[in-house]
Unconditional design. Structure first.
Length: 419
């Protein structure tokens, strides 16, 4: 949505006297108070401010029309916007906006797909880390303590959404997200043969080490190497699903580099834990249609699996998920990477002996509805790490809906502050 605003010279708080400041302030100052109040609720709803800048007179338009501020906001869906705009705590501060604005315009917009030949090149930060290149980006002040976010199986760093990263950055952290090797814009291992799951299972059952291109230890070393390349001595490690396993290994093998650990929807590698239900495993390993040949089939396959592993406590926002999946495809498409990363998980074994050595503040977050790693996996992880806190979240599955951003960010910050 595009917002055009003209401010009062002096803010009028007659409609909301409870918000009246001790001394008169300008309309612009009142609107700044509105933004400060609103930003958290906007991010929690999955929205973001895409542009905020000074206005002025039209270059082409009515000569007597002037706007002081231009703001562009993106919401993930109409439902998210309605939930945000009717949120009781948000409404408690909307009086600052009323006091600030003399006149305004609000234009809803729908994003169109730009033809490939017109699309701008994506500028991505890429660093050489030993034998691989890792793509990353960063939010917040570079002088703040760092949080490194590690993505899950076959997924890219954008699964840690801009909104979630900004919530953490607003709490005084430098937030770094990156593509693991073999996904996104980082180095891929497509030259390796497609994984044969039967051969992998046979090798593991016979005690042989299968021929795979990398292990979870390599992925953990990548995260540490990225910190080295960025000249960061220590960081708070946060990982989801496979990323939680990578973060666990980093905390056990590099205690001097890890300030705290938050392991989300992950597991300990304990072979006695309940296994993923066969239908979920079948959906996860079934090849998807090629999105460049059958986009509709690819999206149907991806959405079906995402719905199956999502929690029951929050609505599944299909439009937002479809947009995310297509963005991942535009960044990189390598269907074989999922199998290679499954192999890395399979050979990592039981991590409980490693987990027992972790001494940093640790939080284990797990969804009660998770069908991929059932809650017992989170419970086992927490019990294996001395002093770990377990947070079971009702209504959460193997996903991270925007309604839980604040809850998750609260836990990450609380754990980081324990250090």
């Amino acid at each position: 949505m595009l917002n055009l605003m003209r401010f009062r010279d002096v803010a009028h708080y007659t409609a909301n006297p409870e918000l009246t400041p001790e001394v008169p302030i300008s309309g612009a100052e009142a609107f700044n108070r509105y933004i400060e109040h609103t930003l958290l609720f906007l991010c929690e709803s999955g929205g973001e401010i895409m542009f905020l800048g000074d206005g002025g007179e039209f270059l082409i338009g009515p000569e007597d029309e002037r706007w002081d501020l231009v703001m562009m906001i993106r919401q993930s869906s109409a439902q998210s916007f309605l939930a945000f705009s009717s949120h009781q705590d948000y409404m408690a501060g909307i009086g600052h906006r009323t006091a600030a604005i003399e006149d305004s315009r609000l234009l809803p917009m729908t994003e169109l797909t730009i033809p490939n030949e017109l699309e701008e090149n994506i500028i991505m930060n890429i660093l050489k880390v030993k034998s691989v290149e890792l793509a990353y980006d960063s939010f917040g002040n570079e002088n703040d303590e760092a949080i490194i976010l590690i993505a899950g199986l076959g997924t890219q760093m954008i699964r840690w959404t801009d909104s979630f990263c900004r919530i953490l950055a607003a709490r005084g952290f430098r937030v770094i997200r990156f593509d693991n090797r073999d996904v996104g814009c980082s180095t891929h291992f497509s030259h390796y043969p497609t994984l044969d799951f039967d051969a992998l299972a046979t090798a593991l059952m016979s005690g042989k080490r299968p021929d795979i291109p990398y292990t979870l230890d390599d992925l953990s070393n990548d995260a540490i190497g990225l910190l080295d390349a960025l000249s960061i001595d220590q960081a708070h490690f946060v990982g989801r699903s496979m990323g939680g396993m990578i973060a666990q290994i980093a905390a056990s093998e590099y205690p001097e580099r890890v300030l705290s650990l938050t392991s989300i929807m992950s597991s300990s590698g304990n072979p006695t834990l309940p296994q993923t239900s066969p239908d979920v495993m079948a959906m996860m390993t079934k090849p998807a249609p090629n999105p460049f040949e059958d986009e509709a089939g690819f999206l149907a396959h991806s959405v079906s699996f995402a719905k199956r592993i999502a929690g029951t406590g929050y609505p599944f926002e299909e439009d937002a998920y479809r947009a995310l999946i297509l963005e991942e495809v535009q960044r990189a498409y390598d269907p074989g990477s999922v199998g290679r990363q499954i192999a890395a998980i399979a050979v990592s074994g039981d991590r409980r002996p490693r987990l027992a050595t972790i001494k940093v503040p640790t939080l284990v977050i797990h969804g009660v509805d998770d069908p991929l790693f059932v809650p017992a996996c989170g419970e086992d992880t927490a019990s294996a790490i001395p002093g770990a806190e377990l947070m079971l979240v009702k209504g959460m599955g193997h996903d991270l809906p925007h309604q839980l951003y604040k809850v998750i960010a609260d836990g990450i910050e609380r754990t980081a502050r324990r250090n």
